[in-house]
Design a protein. Sequence first.
Length: 421
Amino acid sequence: MPFRFVHTADIHLDSPLRSLALRNGELAELIGNSTRQALIAIVDLCLEEQVDALVIAGDLYDGDQTSMKTARFLGGQMERLHQAGIATYTIRGNHDALSRITQELVLPPSVKIFGGRAEVIETEANGLAVAIHGLSFAKPQAPDPLLPKYRPPVAGAVNIGIMHTSLAGAPGHDVYAPCSTADLHAAGFDYWALGHIHQRTQHAGTRTVIMPGMPQGRDINEAGAKTVSLVTIADDRSVTVEERLTSIAQFERIPVDLAGLTEWRDAAAAIETALADQRTKTASTHLVARLRLTGETPLSFRLRRDIDLMLTEAEQRGERLGDTWIEKLELDVRPPGEAEQASADPVIELGQLMRSDVTARPGFRDDIRDMVREMLADLPAESRHFAGDDEAAFDRFVDHLLVSGTDDITARLSGAERDEN
Ligand SMILES: [Mn+2]
């Protein structure tokens, strides 16, 4: 009889909303509740598939400020597994290393939380000997490799390792329990249940090494459908992995080309077509769209001036499609043939002057940079990434502000002039 389990990580339960753009109360509630929905979906899957165990490879919680409400919710879900005779194996990652709620909350005895020293739990499922190895982060930082601390594989058993790791790491990101996938393949374990990186990857090699990604994205930078692994280890120790959908809502970037369109209603129709197209490709119940309007169109001025109206149009069409939300509407549209019109239209000429001359002046740029820095300082540290994480990215962000600010002023001037006609 095979040993079957569900492997997930990085649920970040009750993570606070990270997108300042979620001004729609209903949408904010949907996203705010989505990590809980994902955990419910994971437990449902465990029950439906009658698996032997649930494996959570760290960052179950989002931080040490996690409330007792979150803990009670978690306890209730663990209880459902316990009642069904399904064991839970979990480790702590960088986000839940210091969480006190796991100590304060009495979880069912079927839940094993590995400690800061490597341990191996030997169990038997359906006649197959299984050894489950785990090690928790004792602190939020883990700059040294943890693999050497794991116990050796148990002879004659199926060996499953649970580890929270940034693997080889990525430039600009902190390193957590660094480790090469080659070393994991060579460690003598049958399956490595990894966590930490939010994007799913199966690392090819002699053994099965999987970073499942998070089961529910929390903002546009965590776009796409999210899943967990349903794993079956047969008596001959062959491993079969199925990917199962868990995200209740999925973020998607949707480009909409408005090139050549002259009528407002045609632009709204183009948005509806793009939304409907993405809706059919979306596996999760809810689609949360970031629309980006592009192209040369005479509507450019009106779109910049009346973006709130077009947002309402898009929201209405999303409602009509069902379970389709607009997270943000971005504008990257230009008036057609700007160059030829320049001499004829003083507003366009002024716009070009601002872009080529005023915004390029060092004193002006420095003032804008200082203003942006001041505003960033007022935001929580974790919300500042949008303005770039290094000097070059910050400069690009300021460039973008100068260009879009110039376009906005030009649009307003042009709109004011037209209103008088
Ligand atoms: Mn992590």
